[in-house]
Write a protein that binds this ligand. Structure first.
Ligand code: NAD
Ligand code: UDP
Length: 317
């Protein structure tokens, strides 16, 4: 049993990770400022003797005694990370400095949740970890992309300079239950729109691609990376690639095939294609995704439906 800190633990991925760590018998500290996270996501652990919830903003330092740190705190949806871009950059830079400082003081191992966004709008396809990326340093996505890039740099410098045990995961688009209804990312947008009988909003011509990983697979990859021997960076994602138009059709046909698809302007710097090469994760972690996009979407749609019905019942009561 270890004492494990999860920053961003009340968020989408963090809360699923906490479920797994708690079920494995660890002591878990969930730290979050609730910007995009919800207490409700971890409410099932309230009162458990091995669970602790702390409201804290990681741009301020904190002293805790822990063995491992899963460092996930950072808004991940473009809508949310662009809401206050300076704060996003501070969260990635100062927040990671603070968490690395904590790890150094107590000699904890730190896993940092990086992103496929470090590859920017990539010229190499699929993306391998040795590709250095094509990132706009001054665009509207830069607060997130460059924030994550400097966070990776900090991790490797703390490793080289202070011998800190670090792990870096480059996470590709991940989806599943507990994504916020107003998250703004594509899977949740399409599901919410379809369940409300509204048109699905495809940005651009929908020819840009993404590869979608179900959250349980991703969490499994994070835990393997943390407890394995390799520092990374390691791509964690599902290599099955879809155009955004295909994704819209897939979700629409599961909910209401009669719904229209509407085309909206493509946001600035929107990457054209994205698919992980997961050879490294397969070799180093013996990991690959197990949940098909079809199954994952069915589970996610069921969760959004349940939440919608629960909200409707609450209003009716
Ligand atoms: P999320 O927005 O649901 O979770 C982020 C959590 O961090 C939230 O609970 C939020 O309240 C918290 N947070 C944000 N700023 C904070 C701060 N300054 N101090 C304390 N807490 C703060 O997003 P997610 O999808 O669960 O992503 C988790 C991590 O994984 C993020 O670091 C994200 O960059 C990374 N990631 C996610 C994806 C994805 O597709 N979901 C892809 C690549 C990388
Ligand atoms: N997108 C879309 N409609 C939406 C939301 C997003 O067409 O309602 C597109 C977006 O332009 C991007 C892709 O879907 O090309 C994935 O967007 P998301 O915000 O989920 O994540 P990203 O990978 O861009 O960070």
């Amino acid at each position: 049993m270890m004492r494990i800190l999860v920053t961003g633990g009340a968020g989408f991925i963090g809360s699923h990770l906490i479920d797994r760590l708690m079920s494995a018998g660890h002591e878990v500290i969930c730290l979050d400022n609730y910007f995009t996270g919800r207490k409700h996501n971890v409410a099932q652990w309230y009162g458990h003797p091995r669970f602790e919830l702390i409201r804290h903003d990681i741009t301020d330092p904190i002293r805790l005694e822990v063995d491992q740190i899963y460092h996930l705190a950072c808004p991940a949806s473009p809508v949310h990370y662009q809401y206050n871009p300076i704060k996003t950059a501070k969260t990635s830079f100062l927040g990671t400095v603070n968490m690395l400082g904590l790890a150094k003081r107590v000699k904890a191992r730190l896993l940092m949740a990086s992103t496929s966004e470090v590859y920017g709008d990539p010229h190499v396809h699929p993306q391998t970890e040795d590709y250095w990326g094509n990132v706009n340093p001054i665009g509207i996505r830069s607060c997130y992309d460059e924030g994550k890039r400097v966070a990776e740099t900090l991790c490797f410098d703390y490793h080289r300079q202070h011998n800190l045990e670090i792990r870096v995961a480059r996470i590709f688009n991940t989806y599943g239950p507990r994504m916020l209804e107003n998250d703004g990312r594509v899977v949740s947008n399409f599901i919410v729109q379809a369940l409300q009988g509204q048109p699905l909003t495809v940005y651009g011509r929908g020819e840009q691609t993404r590869s979608f990983c179900y959250v349980s697979d991703l969490v499994d990859g994070l835990i393997r990376l943390m407890n394995g021997d390799h520092l990374g960076p390691v791509n964690l994602g599902n290599p099955s690639e879809y155009t955004i138009l295909q994704l819209a059709e897939l979700i629409r046909d599961r909910i209401d095939p009669a719904l229209p698809i509407e085309f909206r302007p493509l946001p600035q710097d929107d990457p054209q294609q994205r698919r992980p090469d997961i050879s490294r994760a397969q070799a180093w972690l013996k990991w690959q995704p197990l949940v098909s996009v079809q199954d994952g979407l069915d589970r996610t749609i069921a969760d959004f439906r349940d939440r919608q019905q629960a909200a409707a019942t609450l209003i009716a009561d």
